[in-house]
Design a protein around this ligand. Structure first.
Ligand code: B16
Ligand code: MG
Length: 218
């Protein structure tokens, strides 16, 4: 089936906001009297805000009520938003603007498929918004990856069948979501980690429209 649409994860594929998530969560953990490592932060990539908080509280062996958790999550988010409000286009990952420009010129439809509820600010600050026909993020989907909802919603809004969609993802859970949606995928990162992706590349600078044409056969 010919690929007609490209669906991009945000954090780890187009920009690297993991460092800001880490700083904001660390500040919250420290205020509760414990610390957590950058290695632990790896496990938070691609998962939702509330799921991240649950993991962090478990690491700190702390129990909180539902209402307290909502307060803690909004404290973390305030700190995170203050940082992403300072982002600039220089933080867009290597090869991203050239690749998005090339596929847009070629007529591919383009969607965002992110767990973040802050995707609009990030895309605006980094001047990427204009590339997207459709934005699907944590504000409009309820189920987190590896549930396929975020990508299936993107395909539906673009009016393209899942079998004609290609997902770009850096997280194992995101590749699983693509597979469950019946979509091919490009893993961004290491082939040893993203074993279930159709192909894996280091970053978007390694890809061209020609590569996408070759993927029609996969
Ligand atoms: P927010 P992605 C994800 O973005 C991040 O990787 C993950 O660390 C974060 O918890 C999640 O967004 C929710 O973010 O708190 O801004 O709603 O990789 O799905 O683009
Ligand atoms: Mg990601």
């Amino acid at each position: 089936m010919e690929i007609k649409a490209c669906l991009f994860d945000l954090d780890g594929v187009l920009v690297d906001t993991a460092i800001y998530h880490y700083k904001a969560w660390k500040q919250l953990a420290n205020s509760l009297g414990f610390d957590f490592t950058e290695e632990q932060n790896e496990q938070l990539k691609g998962i939702s805000r509330m799921e991240s908080l649950d993991k962090i509280l478990a690491w700190g062996k702390i129990t909180k009520s539902g209402e307290e958790k909502l307060n803690l999550a909004s404290q973390k988010n305030e700190c995170y938003v203050a940082m992403i409000n300072q982002m600039t286009p220089t933080e867009v990952l290597h090869g991203t603007v050239d690749f998005l420009t090339a596929i847009k010129d070629e007529g591919y439809k383009i969607a965002l498929g992110s767990a973040s509820k802050n995707s609009a600010i990030i895309l605006e600050r980094t001047q990427l918004t204009h590339f997207f026909d459709v934005i699907v993020d944590g504000n409009i989907v309820g189920k987190s990856k590896p549930d396929p909802e975020v990508f299936l919603k993107g395909a539906e809004l673009l009016g393209v069948p899942p079998s004609a969609c290609l997902v770009f993802e850096d997280a194992i859970a995101g590749i699983e979501a693509a597979n469950r949606a019946g979509m091919r995928s490009v893993g961004i990162g290491s082939p040893e980690v993203l074993t279930e992706a159709t192909i894996v590349v280091k970053d978007l600078s390694k890809l061209s429209v020609q590569h996408l044409r070759q993927m029609n056969e996969l």
